[in-house]
Design a protein around this ligand. Structure first.
Ligand SMILES: Cc1cc2nc3c(=O)[nH]c(=O)nc-3n(C[C@H](O)[C@H](O)[C@H](O)COP(=O)(O)O)c2cc1C
Length: 342
């Protein structure tokens, strides 16, 4: 057997568990990206053999219902839905997914609210959660979660404090045999996919690399900003007030990132004056991000909007169809395995 065939088989073998779990051809998820991960990108990813996820974000149940129906009409393969745990109508959103028989639901943005895992599993769907630390990964496993995503701080959007490589070393050896684990954050090349699979990952999740795909509805200005940027331009937001815990967001530096600092000061002052409580303060911050991301993705305001992007943005250099991105990543992973096999 030639080296290439051996490596192809090895890649297929390493991805088999993740692909089986997702019902996809390859174990590559396109992470949900608010405003970006809608019917066009999601169906394109699933049709190309990966696994697309609708980003529900702040959508109402009615809007999510329409988006799932529209995606179903375009997709010839399974896709999932990503729900934010702090959404005030989370149980209605789960109900919408169940009505559509969505097979996989990702719960993002914090620990799943009581009863949510059961509500999803009651319909036979699989629950995937983010595990930001080993202890939480174990806890989620005990709670009946079917798979985990471990996402490091290299990623675009809301991030935790720990690097992908460290989470992978801490969590994969302990839990990879127990449930499928998908690694996310900072992956832009198939070499890294091969490495995480060899460490025990069932598959990977990428966001930044897919944001500028031909099928992505992101504004041309948004895409151009990604093509120009290098890894060091994707910086994490800073917390200005110790009393106001703000989840850091990784985005390309622009006037919008400065405006966020001012927004935090404004909300901190409202807290001081007793005009808002902590919950409301945090909600205002999250609404700020959602609005700013929309301005950049949909309106193309790349100065005032939020250009959420991971450090892998330096590896995004041109607009390509999703199928080409997946083929390239797979070919790179195959070459890496082939080289290691010698
Ligand atoms: C523009 C953008 C928006 C995102 N929005 C969300 C979101 O709404 N929900 C979520 O769980 N993750 C979100 N993410 C994270 C991605 O789903 C994915 O996990 C991450 O991009 C993976 O890391 P990478 O950017 O290094 O590929 C977003 C990422 C980006 C770049």
């Amino acid at each position: 057997m030639s080296d290439t065939l051996v490596a192809t088989d090895r890649l297929t073998t390493l991805m088999a568990r993740g692909a089986d779990f997702l019902g996809s051809k390859v174990a590559i998820l396109c992470g949900a990206m608010s405003w970006v991960s809608e019917r066009n990108l999601v169906s394109a990813v699933s049709n190309a053999g990966g696994f697309g996820l609708i980003a529900c974000g702040a959508m109402t149940p009615e809007l999510l219902d329409k988006e799932i129906a529209a995606t179903k009409a375009l997709a010839k393969a399974p896709f999932g839905v990503n729900l934010i745990t702090m959404h005030p109508m989370i149980f209605d959103l789960i109900e919408v997914c169940n009505r559509h028989d969505v097979g996989h639901i990702v719960l993002a943005g914090g620990l799943p609210p009581r009863g949510s895992i059961e509500a999803i599993k009651a319909n036979g769907a699989k629950v995937i959660c983010f595990a930001p630390a080993l202890a939480l990964a174990k806890k989620l496993h005990r709670s009946g979660v079917d798979a985990l995503v471990i996402e490091g701080m290299e990623a675009g959007g809301h991030i935790g404090p720990v690097a992908t490589s460290v989470l992978a070393q801490e969590i994969l050896p302990e839990l990879a045999n127990e449930l499928p684990i998908f690694v996310a954050g900072g992956i832009g090349h198939g070499e890294a996919i091969a490495a995480y699979l060899e460490m025990g990952a069932a598959g990977v999740q990428l966001g930044t690399r897919f944001a500028c795909a031909t099928e992505s509805i992101a504004h041309p200005n948004f895409k151009k900003a990604f093509f120009r940027a290098s890894a060091r331009d994707a910086t994490a937001s800073v917390q200005v007030d110790p009393r106001l815990p703000v989840i850091p967001v990784r985005a390309l530096k622009n006037a919008g990132t400065e405006a966020f600092t001012a927004k935090q000061r404004e909300v901190a002052q409202l807290l001081d004056e007793g005009k808002v409580d902590m919950g409301e303060a945090q909600l205002q911050i999250e609404h700020y991000w959602a609005g700013a991301l929309r301005r950049a993705v949909i309106d193309g305001d790349v100065d005032g909007g939020s250009l959420m992007a991971g450090q892998s943005v330096g590896m995004v250099t041109k607009e390509e169809p999703v199928a080409e991105i997946i083929d390239t990543l797979m070919a790179e992973a195959r070459t890496a395995l082939e080289r290691r096999g010698r």
